[in-house]
Design a protein around this ligand. Structure first.
Ligand SMILES: [Zn+2]
Length: 308
């Protein structure tokens, strides 16, 4: 992702709601465990690398029951990049609603699973940037396997080629996977069924505070604030506002309501982006608590979109 220069400090809303930590539907501890397993088998996941293939297998292996039902789709395509043509794979997992009247309404939950091609020569593993949010999607999928949606259908989209291939992010060198699938879904009539496209990016960081991302659709940002309040996590959101270029943009451009749940800040007080796209983006920067908050926010937002 890439953010623009404008940054507005927002009022820090402190939540006084204290959560009773009963067993959560998706636990931060489990997301952390999945993140560790993912990084162990696929530490570097740049396009064309053995780690990228291992990442695809890791995701597929967690969705064998869905694959057996035809609900796991490998969306393979060729992208023209500044480094030549590259084969990329979006991975889609569908959890259809048990309610026939609602089945055609879809909430897409997305995260990119690859690491930057231009960082292939350093030890960049993207623990926060790509790994923990892929783990979050897997954990949410396990939840929906055991608790099939009774409202809107839920689709998980593991996107490829979110990152730019060169170090110079541009509209033509970034967001390859979502540009491809948004165009495909526009052509085949899928797009009007998407009620909301909800993206996870960089939300495992210990000091996580979700940005009010101003390219997102306002009513979905409002639902995120409401979900934060309802889950007792208001102090984890909206300390700052910022416009971010991320995988939601190709869907926004085609009129789909979008929400990017992201914390663009990832570093120290003197250098707020010290760990972003560096070899320091490692598992020790993440916390179970932040992953718990992220899981709670996702489930809370899905509930509210269903009620919307
Ligand atoms: Zn990144």
């Amino acid at each position: 992702m890439k953010h623009t220069a404008l940054c507005i400090a927002a009022t820090l809303a402190l939540s006084l709601t204290s959560g009773v930590n009963a067993q959560k539907p998706v636990t931060g501890a489990h997301v952390m465990e999945l993140t560790k397993e993912y990084l162990a088998v696929a530490p570097k996941r740049y396009i064309g690398s053995p780690g990228h293939l291992a990442a695809e297998h890791f995701i597929h292996d967690h969705f064998k029951p869905e694959a057996a039902k035809g609900n796991y789709i490998d969306d393979t395509f060729t992208a023209r990049t500044p480094q030549g043509f590259m084969t990329m794979h979006n991975l889609l997992v569908k959890f259809p609603s048990t309610n026939p009247a609602k089945r055609d309404n879809v909430i897409v939950l997305a995260s990119h699973y690859e690491t930057n091609y231009w960082l292939k020569d350093i030890n960049f593993v993207g623990a926060n940037d790509g790994a923990c949010t892929s783990a979050l999607l897997i954990a949410l999928g396990e939840y929906f396997r055991d608790h099939p949606p009774t409202g809107d259908s839920v689709w998980l989209l593991f996107t490829d080629g979110e990152e730019s291939i060169t170090s110079q992010w541009s509209d033509s060198d970034s967001l390859y996977g979502t540009r491809h699938i948004a165009a495909k879904w526009s052509g085949d009539g899928t797009l009007p069924h998407i009620k909301a496209f909800v993206l996870a990016d960089m939300i495992g960081w210990k000091d996580m505070n979700v940005t009010r991302e101003t390219n997102s659709t306002p009513w979905l940002e409002d639902l995120l604030a409401k979900a934060a309040k309802e889950t007792g996590h208001s102090n984890y959101v909206f300390r700052e506002s910022m416009a971010v270029d991320d995988d939601h943009i190709p869907f926004k451009q085609r009129g789909v309501p979008v929400l990017d749940i992201i914390d663009y800040k990832y570093g120290t007080s003197s250098d707020p982006e010290a760990f972003h796209h560096t070899a320091q983006d490692t598992i020790d920067k993440l916390s179970v608590q932040s992953l718990q908050v992220s899981a709670d926010l996702f489930l809370g937002v899905i509930k509210l979109i269903n009620e919307h």
